[in-house]
Design a protein around this ligand. Structure first.
Ligand SMILES: Cc1cc2nc3c(=O)[nH]c(=O)nc-3n(C[C@H](O)[C@H](O)[C@H](O)COP(=O)(O)OP(=O)(O)OC[C@H]3O[C@@H](n4cnc5c(N)ncnc54)[C@H](O)[C@@H]3O)c2cc1C
Length: 428
């Protein structure tokens, strides 16, 4: 039987291990936690979600909704676990993070073809292997990868959002409602009047912040609120704090701004601050968040914090199969390749395995195929990590769709074509 080594039991590594085992391969899976910790993970479970509990939009008019559907068609363990641990979240797929990771851990550890090893790996294993050590790859291994591919590693920073205890929220002020009533009471909203909003942003601006250690850029899709505010006072009101589609039941009017909370566990004990990634110092977070109406007594389960994320310059060293161009049988998967996000990282694990087993790559009409092409396009300069979007899919710009004026129809048609192309590819 063929044997493959996987380093990293996160989203991409766990998915890759599962796919290989389902194809009858023996797998050696190495995970360094809990022996060696990262700055963001808190447990020793596999596939731990370090920040948001959301897998983002669920609809096929959304590229990440399409990507999730493609993963389900490929028999993804991560999607199976996400669907199992799903929580109410309007049009998004959010999960109970503990149930999610436990489900995956149990499946992987009880799979006879997967041998689990706990401990840090500091050398690139013999091929065939998949390096899936993520944005928080340990220093020793990051150096070994840099040396192997002959480039210094790249990095950016992003931040995580705080989680608060539901019982510490004043539910007489904070109201449950989804935008435009889509999804019932799935979100909770902290309403702000104009004065309260202005005071709140002044509080954020004057708070002491943690600075990135090096001269790093923030990731656009997960930018700390402080960095967003540097672009103008209204940025938050048009971003994560937008009040559209919401009516405060106490006043019968739309608030000037809202800070949203999303349920983070099955029981509704924990609430995640939506889009409120922050690099304020811990004491300052407590002060600033408690200044919000209804949050005067907020108690924190987890504080927001800043992290350095490692990735490689994939266009210079990876094929669309995610195999290193100069080292046959050595694959990278997950965020280290420059794909960004839980779903995207999972997809890259599936893509690497497919090539390892069958020697082919996902069609470019699919979201998985588009993502792999994006990170490996040798003509790309100033490479930066990306979430999936229809903008990465060449089929979205094809003549038959470019003429469709309704955006949702155009996206839906692109998704339908992607799914049909994926089914033919898998049936080959
Ligand atoms: C602070 C932060 C916040 C984020 N917030 C979000 C978010 O809200 N939404 C989102 O979609 N994405 C978010 N991301 C991105 C998210 O981490 C990735 O999308 C996803 O977890 C990456 O999957 P992965 O498999 O590449 O890495 P991970 O899931 O991080 O898995 C990598 C695993 O490898 C292990 N490991 C590392 N080095 C070694 C070694 N040398 N030997 C053995 N094991 C090793 C780690 O312990 C880890 O378990 C965030 C990332 C960070 C760092």
């Amino acid at each position: 039987m063929k044997k493959v080594t996987i380093v990293g039991g996160g989203l991409s590594g766990s998915e890759a291990a599962w796919q290989l085992a389902k194809a009858g391969y023996l797998v050696d899976l190495y995970e360094m936690r809990p022996k060696v910790k990262t700055e963001a993970h808190k447990t020793g479970d596999l596939a731990e979600l370090v920040c948001s509990n959301s897998f983002r939009g669920a609809s096929l008019t959304n590229a990440v909704g399409l990507l999730k559907e493609e993963l389900r068609i490929c028999g993804s363990l991560i999607m199976e676990a996400a669907d199992f641990a799903a929580l109410p979240a309007g049009g998004a797929l959010a999960v109970d993070r503990v149930r999610f990771s436990k489900y995956i851990t149990e499946k992987i550890k009880s799979e006879p073809l997967i041998t689990f090893h706990d401990g840090e790996v500091v050398k690139i294993p013999e091929p065939p292997c998949i390096i899936a050590t993520g944005p928080l790859t340990s220093k020793g291994l990051a150096e070994a990868i840099s040396e192997k591919i002959g480039q210094s590693e790249l990095a950016f920073y992003d931040a995580i959002a705080p989680i608060v205890y539901g019982e510490s929220v004043n539910w007489e002020i904070v109201f449950k409602q989804s935008r435009y009533d889509k999804g019932g009471d799935d979100y909770a909203n902290i309403p702000l009047s104009k004065d309260e909003y202005l005071k709140f942003i002044e509080n954020i601006k004057s708070a002491e912040k943690v600075k990135p250690g090096e001269d790093l850029k923030p990731f656009e899709g997960c930018m700390p609120v402080e960095d967003m505010l540097e672009r103008g006072d209204e940025t938050l009101r048009y971003g994560p704090l937008k009040p559209v589609g919401l009516t405060d039941p106490r006043t019968g009017t739309r608030p000037h701004a809202v800070v949203q909370l999303r349920q983070d566990d099955k029981e509704g004990h924990l609430w995640n601050m939506v889009g409120f990634q922050t690099r304020m110092k811990f004491g300052e977070q407590v002060r600033v968040i408690r200044s919000l109406p209804g949050m005067e007594n907020a108690e924190f389960v987890r504080m927001g914090s800043l992290h350095r994320n490692t990735f490689v310059n994939s266009p210079k060293c990876l094929n669309p199969s995610l195999e290193l161009r100069d080292f046959k049988g050595v694959y990278l998967a997950g965020q280290i390749t420059g794909v960004e996000g839980y779903v995207e990282s999972t997809a890259s694990g599936i893509a690497a395995v497919r090539h390892l087993i069958r020697g082919d790559i996902f069609p470019e009409e699919t979201a998985i195929g588009s993502l792999c092409r994006y990170v490996s396009d040798p003509t790309r300069v100033d490479f930066q990590p990306m979430n999936i979007s229809f903008g990465l899919m060449s089929s979205y710009f094809a003549e038959d769709k470019a003429s469709i004026r309704d955006k949702d129809q155009r996206r839906l048609k692109t998704s339908e074509q992607a799914i049909s192309s994926l089914r033919s590819f898998l049936a080959k």
